[in-house]
Design a protein around this ligand. Structure first.
Ligand code: ARG
Length: 587
């Protein structure tokens, strides 16, 4: 019997199931089915099985060929070489499978939802209060957002946490300064734009820093203010809140430019764990996980040593009683595991913080907060480099402001859109320019695997050719234009039709969308989705070159090709939206 299939099974999965069922010890061996150049698929698993069973691989392969029940799936299956199987699937199977995906009225294209979803807390998009966002904050936001979308699409419960830097000694300085210069944050109108809010803060920060460095008495007053803040002094807290609120206006404006939804309730900064810090330290000290060393509370590790061979500890509490970044992160773990009931914790943070997270996670494991059922993972990302291969800087050698970078991308993209545009108004050009520009930046960031550095090259990013979002967006818009031209003729699947080689290649790839989503989500690997989409657009281009759509030979063929066009468009749209990238209907 052919195995029972569900809508979400691809031709590939159905074939693998049919082969497994035909193997001796059905189900226990993997047929190792791969796409192949010679036929649609090649199965290599029989070699290993024959070895295990001490059987002749070619004989075993012949036996499988005789026994396989394909339920209309197979066009051709033959034994080749030492015992491989070359398999061609039927045109009908491809079209029927795609037709089922197309008919999925939830818009999920047959992508299954996890049966037993877990709860993931993801820490991403974490700028710092009273500081401008720079290019380093781009990656965490973009990668984090894509992983959120991918996970949610597969049915996972996702809790977002924006662990903003809103606590620490610099706030003593800022608050004291504002207290002494009360009108510095005033602005004429009630409505403040994000940029304006940040330029106010920036001015204040610079002025307070200057005073702090030049005036000893101010320095003393500023230090006292930190103590007040940590002790929860009401007036000090109210002023601190003002900084946070002002910064949030700015953060929201940058995230909006990034075309990304950030919710206020998900912003739980370092300050949010303040009440847990003492308890975290007590638990670590009582359990012996942390020990006092020269007055500081420290955790030591066997495998973490400095260049001098001495162990490097994680400092949970400083000798002056102050708590730092580690205490906050350990408290956040307790909150995420015990209050939010997470079973996976993801941290989308720069690879340069890897040692910190390694130590924090190891400490949490020693304390029993993390274990085999509750795991933490740093989705570490590499550095954004300039064209010269060095960390990206402005010509003046300063870190690049995220807004400037986005504005430039939008400018460049608008120029590209304007050049190609035939019937777009200025307003439309501006809107598309933003969608193309921001999409280009996101795509370039997502299409290299996160842990690698990449070069920020706007010329390449907004290019119409090659592995760019613009190429994918144009493919999508071109399909929409064909569908409009088709007028009354609607896309419809005709499984009885024979397919062109280019249609088969496109169809089999379209059919693999669900597996790609599942894999990209499971591995927190958005770059697997970009690679899939790029290949999809390339296969579509080949199909379009080889197979006339509106001028196909028969009305059925026109409808079937329109159907292939439409399901390609829907797949592109869905895949891109999982990456936070828009697909304009016209370009
Ligand atoms: N605000 C930090 C920075 O700008 C990133 C925070 C990362 N998250 C965390 N839980 N430590 O570098």
């Amino acid at each position: 019997m052919a195995s029972v299939t569900s809508l979400s099974d691809s031709v590939h999965q159905r074939l693998a199931a049919a082969l497994s069922a035909a193997l001796p010890q059905a189900g226990s061996a993997d047929p190792l089915l791969r796409r192949s150049d010679r036929a649609d698929f090649q199965a290599n698993g029989i070699l290993a099985l024959a070895k295990k069973e001490k059987a002749n691989p070619r004989e075993l392969a012949t036996q499988v060929v005789a026994q396989v029940e394909s339920g209309g799936l197979l066009e051709d299956i033959e034994v080749s070489g030492p015992g491989f199987l070359n398999i061609t699937v039927s045109d009908r199977a491809i079209t029927e499978n795609l037709s089922a995906r197309y008919a999925d009225d939830t818009g999920r294209l047959g992508v299954p939802r996890a049966e037993n979803p877990g709860t993931t807390v993801i820490d991403y998009a974490q700028p710092n209060v009273a500081k401008e966002m720079h290019v380093g904050h781009l990656r965490s936001a973009v990668i984090g957002d894509a992983v959120v979308q991918l996970l949610e699409f597969t049915g996972e419960n996702v809790v977002r946490r924006h662990h903003i830097g809103d606590w620490g000694t610099q706030f003593g300085m800022l608050i004291q300064y504002l207290d002494e210069h009360p009108h510095e944050l005033d602005h004429g109108s009630a409505e403040v734009s994000g940029e304006e809010a940040m330029s106010n803060l920036d001015r204040l920060y610079k002025a307070s820093r200057k005073l702090f460095d030049s005036d000893e008495e101010f320095k003393t007053r500023a230090r006292r203010r930190v103590v007040d803040l940590q002790a929860g002094d009401e007036k000090t807290l109210a002023m601190w809140q003002k900084f946070v609120d002002e910064s949030k206006i700015y953060f929201f404006s940058v995230f909006e430019k990034l075309d990304m939804e950030i919710r206020d309730a998900d912003i739980v900064g370092e300050s949010g764990y303040n009440d847990m810090l003492a308890e975290t330290c007590r638990l670590l000290e009582e359990s012996g996980v942390a020990v006092r060393s020269e007055g500081a509370l420290c955790v030591f590790f066997d495998d973490i040593k400095g260049p001098d061979g001495k162990p490097v500890p994680l400092i949970v509490q400083k000798s002056d009683g102050g708590y730092g970044y580690a205490a906050t992160d350990l408290s956040a773990i307790r909150d995420r595991v015990f209050n939010l009931k997470a079973d996976s914790l993801i941290y989308v943070v720069d690879a340069r913080q890897s040692l910190h997270f390694k130590m924090v996670f190891e400490t949490a494991r020693k304390a029993g907060w993390l274990n085999d059922d509750v795991k933490a993972y740093q989705l570490a990302f590499g550095t954004v480099l300039g064209k010269d291969g060095k960390p990206f800087k402005t010509r003046e050698g300063e870190t690049v402001r995220l807004v400037d970078l986005l504005d430039e991308a939008i400018d460049r993209a608008s120029a590209v859109v304007r050049e190609k545009a035939q019937d777009l108004s200025e307003e439309e050009i501006a809107e598309r320019g933003a969608q193309v520009g921001v999409g280009a930046v996101k795509y370039a960031d997502l299409s290299t695997s996160a842990n690698r550095d990449y070069k920020f090259d706007l010329d390449q990013m907004v290019s119409l050719n090659g592995d760019t979002s613009v190429y994918l967006q144009y493919a999508y818009a071109r399909i929409q234009s064909i569908l409009r031209k088709a007028g009354e003729v609607r896309p419809a699947a005709h499984p009885e039709l024979e397919l062109h080689a280019a249609e088969r290649a496109l169809g089999l790839h379209l059919d693999a969308f669900a597996e790609t989503v599942t894999e990209a989500a499971r591995e927190y690997a958005p770059h697997k989705m970009t690679a899939y989409l790029y290949q999809l657009a390339s296969l579509y281009t080949t199909f379009y070159d080889k197979c006339p759509v509106l001028k196909a030979e028969t009305p059925q063929q026109v409808e079937n090709r329109l159907f292939l066009c439409d399901i390609t468009a829907r797949t592109l749209h869905r895949g891109m939206s999982l990456l936070g990238i828009r697909t304009p209907e016209r370009l």
